[in-house]
Design a protein around this ligand. Structure first.
Ligand SMILES: O=C([C@H](O)CO)[C@H](O)[C@H](O)COP(=O)(O)O
Length: 427
């Protein structure tokens, strides 16, 4: 049977204990004191998990890189059954950790995160005598699109040892991991940030229990995944994920409730000249957003007729660092419009400017094909090269906020959920 390990990558111990309980109800076999929890609460996290779950296997994710013997000893004496250290550590650290593991009666798991040649290193580790190998892609690496499954496929053919796998697993990927021969499926985010922890753990349970031995190759494209996530999250979530960067200034929705998710077709034009913006409509597809910079915010370069053409073409929306007019007509369509100003006077079609060049719009640089997400809070630009990473990170922000919001619904204050006092900078 494939085992499920819930990774408690949280910083609040009380919440971690609660989530562990709910995950066990959903079918989790092993409970991991995640590295963030250990850094926040120390070995007390392991002790408390041991006390609360006497019959369960507790893993301490120490991520040890040095002083292996003492770190394994600490975890073992606190009640861990399995201790995880890093495969990048020197062989001397691995050997010392193994000695300590044998002495204190715990099993040693070695994590392959960021190891250059995972197959060769796992063979060396098995030869050294480690008990379990963890094929792991870390949280920050996952955001760039890395998955542990390719490495798992290689390693499971090459080594004869118990293999665990971790790194952003969800039911589909957990199922594939089990089908590829993983004996322990480690899941953090999918379970611990869920609004129904027990249900999410059950989904993983079912997926691995029905895995069979043939992995399912049906994979969504990265582009589809990006769109799916950007529709789910808000511009505020994305701005948080980008460390407060990417938000346009002085441009807001003209029709609250309408959202844009799309890729930029850019236009730069001058003094209310509306020729290039109108020509650009004909270049847009259904997932494209016209993003226009006009040098004068007091002369409209967009109105009712342009809107009608854009709607016929089916474009995703309009973002204008400049002015629009004919609000009585524009509002009769569904097109999401974000602009800096609304005025009645129009400019002339002179043909000045460029289409699909780099522009600055609302103070942000926008390049053709960059992603644009706009909603009632404003407009954010996501450079195309980082779109997948930012989508994944914004999804994490969204999940975290959802979790805090659920706690507030249950009567807690925001300050207590976030343990603000505990995390204030110490003088
Ligand atoms: O080990 C982990 C990570 O490095 C943070 O400590 C996670 O527990 C592991 O990656 C599983 O979590 P998810 O990737 O969120 O499923």
């Amino acid at each position: 049977m494939v085992l499920i390990q819930v990774a408690l990558d949280l910083v609040e111990l009380d919440r971690a204990l609660l989530i562990a309980q709910e995950a066990v109800l959903g079918g989790a076999d092993w409970i991991e004191a995640g590295t963030p929890l250990i850094k926040s609460e120390g070995m007390n996290a392991v002790r408390k998990l041991r006390e609360a779950f006497p019959g369960k296997t507790i893993l301490a994710d120490m991520k040890t890189m040095d002083a292996g013997a003492v770190e394994v000893e600490m975890a073992a004496k606190s009640g861990a059954d399995v201790v995880a250290i890093l495969g990048r550590a020197d062989d001397a650290v691995i050997s010392e950790s193994l000695e300590s593991a044998r002495k204190y009666g715990v099993r040693l798991m070695v994590d392959l995160i960021s190891v250059d040649d995972p197959v060769a290193r796992s063979q060396e580790l098995v030869a050294l005598g480690v008990d379990l190998i963890n094929v792991h892609v870390g949280i920050d690496q996952q955001m760039t699109g890395k998955s542990p499954l390719e490495t798992l496929a290689q390693i499971s053919k090459e080594i004869d040892a118990e293999i665990a796998v971790a790194g952003g697993l969800k039911p589909e990927t957990a199922r594939n991991a089990a089908a590829m021969g993983a004996g322990i499926v480690i899941v953090g985010s999918y379970i611990i940030h869920s609004d129904n922890v027990t249900q999410s753990a059950k989904e993983i349970r079912q997926a691995v229990d029905n895995a069979g031995s043939v992995p399912d190759s049906g994979k969504k494209s990265q582009e589809d995944e990006i769109f799916e996530i950007f529709w789910r999250v808000s511009s505020s979530n994305i701005s948080d994920a980008m460390h407060r960067k990417g938000a346009m200034c002085g441009i807001s929705t003209l029709f609250p409730g309408r959202k844009i998710v799309g890729r930029a077709v850019t236009v730069r034009t001058l003094g209310g000249d509306w020729a290039k913006p109108v020509e650009a409509i004909d270049l847009c597809g259904k997932t494209d957003v016209l993003v226009i910079f006009n040098s004068d915010r007091n002369i409209a370069m967009w109105g009712g007729l342009a809107t009608k053409t854009a709607v016929n073409r089916g474009i995703a929306g309009l973002v204008v660092d400049g002015a629009v007019r004919d609000m009585h007509e524009i509002k009769t369509f569904d097109l999401p419009v974000f602009a800096a100003n609304v005025v009645p006077n129009a400019g002339d079609p002179k043909g000045l400017g460029e289409i699909n060049c780099e522009i600055t719009c609302g103070g942000q640089i926008v390049n053709p094909r960059d992603f644009i997400v706009a909603d009632d809070s404003g407009v954010v630009v996501i450079p195309k090269e980082r779109a997948y990473e930012i989508a994944r990170r914004s999804e994490e922000v969204w999940k975290k906020e959802k979790r805090i919001s659920d706690e507030i619904d249950k009567g807690k204050s925001m300050s207590s959920v976030l343990e603000l006092l505990k995390w204030e900078k110490q003088k």
